[in-house]
Structure formats: C-alpha cells, structure tokens
Design a protein around this ligand. Structure first.
Ligand SMILES: [Fe+2]
Ligand SMILES: [Fe+2]
Length: 198
C-alpha cells in the first residue's frame, strides 16, 4: 500500500471494507511502533492506542450486536470475539503504563500484536464474511457511518493540522479513549443511551 496516498478518513462506504482496512492500518502501526525509538515510539504507540480504541469500540457498538442478531450461531461467534477484545484491552492498558524504551514494553507489544492479529483473522473469517452474506449493501452503508465518525477522531498519521485537535478529543488512558469513542459513535448512529440523560 502506498502510505502517502492513504486518506486520513477512509472513503469506503461498506462497514466491512472499512473494518478490514483498519485491520491493515493496525498491522502497519504495530510495525511502526517496533521500528521507532524514543519519543517517536511513544508517539506511534499513541496513534496505535487511538486506532485500536476506535476500531474495537466501533465493532462492539455496531457490528457485534448486529452479528449477534443476524448470524446463525451469532451469540457464540460474538462472545468469542468479545473475550479476545477484553484480553487485548488488558494488555493495552498494561503497555500504556510501561516505559516504551524498556525491553518489557517490546515483549508485551509482541504479545499484544500476536493477540490482535489472531483476533482480526478470526473476525474476518468467522464474523465479517458471514455478516456480508447476511446483510444488504444499504445496511452495511448505514453501519459505516458510526465507524467513519470514530475514525475521524483517530488520525493514523502525524498531521500538523489535526494533531492538536485530535489530542483534545482522544486523551488519557485507553479506557478513557474508548469511552469517548463510544459517545461519538452513539451520536453518529443516532443513539442517546450513554448516560447523558436524553
Ligand atoms: Fe475486534
Ligand atoms: Fe477488528
């Protein structure tokens, strides 16, 4: 993939295409974190945390509930994916507390990378392919709205213009970022059930 032409906000209108494309970006960011050192590693890791936060939250808010309702055996498929996501989130929080220059950080990063790759492969194989067969183009386009809204607050490349604005939107711990992403997604999807009282 030519990284220079990767758009900041993805142009796809199909939720499955968007999520699969994010899986590729996540892989690229893991490579970037491992390749960089010092402050650059910390900065690349921040972008990885942001992308993972919006990606997994979008799946949990939009795609998994849909798969649970629509797919044969959907409960089992989704329960397995949620368990994998929980394990990844715990690793992510541990990493976030570590010194990025330490050998422990690199070991934990490798563990997280293996877990996230296996998780993404299981999603594509057991959930996304089935979901694509069970939904209409219109349904997948409607689901893409929330994923795009979340994506817009997590640029994957350093961007002088948007970086400061992004920092205001997604800051703090991975858990705080997921909470923020959840609010953005629910607003985009027209839901108001995040405890805001309306
Ligand atoms: Fe996931
Ligand atoms: Fe995923």
């Amino acid at each position: 993939m030519d990284r220079k032409t990767t758009p900041e906000v993805m142009q796809e209108n199909d939720v499955i295409d968007l999520l699969v494309r994010q899986h590729t970006l996540i892989r690229d960011l893991f490579d970037e974190v491992a390749r960089c050192e010092g402050d650059e590693r910390r900065e690349a890791f921040s972008r990885l945390v942001r992308l993972l936060a919006v990606h997994e939250t979008a799946e949990e808010e939009i795609v998994h509930p849909y798969a649970r309702r629509k797919l044969v055996g959907g409960d089992t498929i989704v329960d397995n994916r949620l368990q994998e996501e929980e394990e990844a989130k715990e690793m992510l929080s541990r990493l976030d507390d570590m010194d990025a220059a330490s050998p422990e950080f690199m070991r934990e990063l490798d563990r997280l990378r293996a877990a996230v790759f296996a998780h993404a492969a299981a999603e594509e194989r057991y959930e996304f392919s089935e979901l694509k067969a069970a939904t209409s183009e219109g349904e997948r386009r409607a689901m893409a709205v929330g994923v795009k809204a979340a994506e817009a607050i997590a640029p994957t490349h350093p961007h002088p213009g948007t970086e400061s604005a992004t920092k205001n939107l997604l800051i703090g711990t991975p858990v705080a970022m997921m909470d923020r992403a959840r609010d953005v997604i629910r607003k985009a999807m027209g839901k108001h059930e995040s405890g805001e009282g309306h």
